[in-house]
Design a protein around this ligand. Sequence first.
Ligand SMILES: Cc1cc2nc3c(=O)[nH]c(=O)nc-3n(C[C@H](O)[C@H](O)[C@H](O)COP(=O)(O)OP(=O)(O)OC[C@H]3O[C@@H](n4cnc5c(N)ncnc54)[C@H](O)[C@@H]3O)c2cc1C
Ligand code: FES
Length: 260
Amino acid sequence: MNKRATIKISNIIKEAKDIKTFVFKHNLGAKPGQFIMLTDFEGGEKPFSLADCDTNTFTVTVKRIGEFTSRLFQKEIGDFLSVRGPFGSSFFISKGSVLLVGGGYGTPPLYFLAKELLKNGASVTVVNGAKSKDDLVFCDRFRELGVHYSNITQLGCLGREGTSVDLAQSALAKTKFDYVYAAGPEMMLKALQPILKEHEYEFLFERYMKCAIGICGNCTIDPLGIRLCVEGPVLPKKLVEQLTEFGKYHRDATGKRIEY
Ligand SMILES: Cc1cc2nc3c(=O)[nH]c(=O)nc-3n(C[C@H](O)[C@H](O)[C@H](O)COP(=O)(O)OP(=O)(O)OC[C@H]3O[C@@H](n4cnc5c(N)ncnc54)[C@H](O)[C@@H]3O)c2cc1C
Ligand code: FES
């Protein structure tokens, strides 16, 4: 879908030091894992995953990084933003016992996924990791959903020191999961991959996107030429295993390779 809607921000929730959730009243009709392109018409249009979506509301959770996201942070309730989408592939909604692995500001789309999995009768375990307390989001929301939830920081602010991959490893040793889902920095996904040899999984990839409709080719990933804005951002194990550039390099706005 490539519909545009210019919509009022109906609420803004401060999640952490540099992370805010923007709430919109609109029937977007998105599925977990999909993303929107957001603009304020003041320069640039950027992709953001849906952190939640139902028939009259959707939310995106934004980490302040550069120029565009800093401008978003100055917006107030009642300001208008323009949205295109939803775009891309979505997560498979499994039954049975499932593990969700989130990292940093990559975790929020797993909240939308967790809600849909619970509706489908799945037993949901969430492990959530971030560098520090300031980057850890959605802890209370996951707990309120009633999923099995644990979190960790690399700096050990909450006790144990480590990553969501460490938590995932412990969870996989204790429970037999039917399906694993992950969203977060690409190097987190790369570290997770070897411990999922025996499991079916899907990963959500974030790569530089411009058009979001499969035309510009900026988001293609070697060697399959998959356009992450159309065939992704959610990819299943059988495709992830064939990606030669996964965890090695990505591309900037000009298409130039950047090594990890
Ligand atoms: C499918 C997808 C879902 C995303 N979901 C979220 C989300 O839920 N929350 C969130 O905070 N961020 C999300 N991002 C990343 C977000 O788009 C960037 O953080 C944002 O564009 C940064 O813009 P900036 O001008 O503030 O920073 P800049 O200074 O322009 O860029 C900082 C970094 O952000 C990334 N980035 C910049 N422009 C783009 C672009 N057009 N496409 C992809 N990455 C870009 C690059 O890694 C870049 O190095 C997502 C990206 C993708 C591809
Ligand atoms: S962003 Fe243009 S093809 Fe994917």
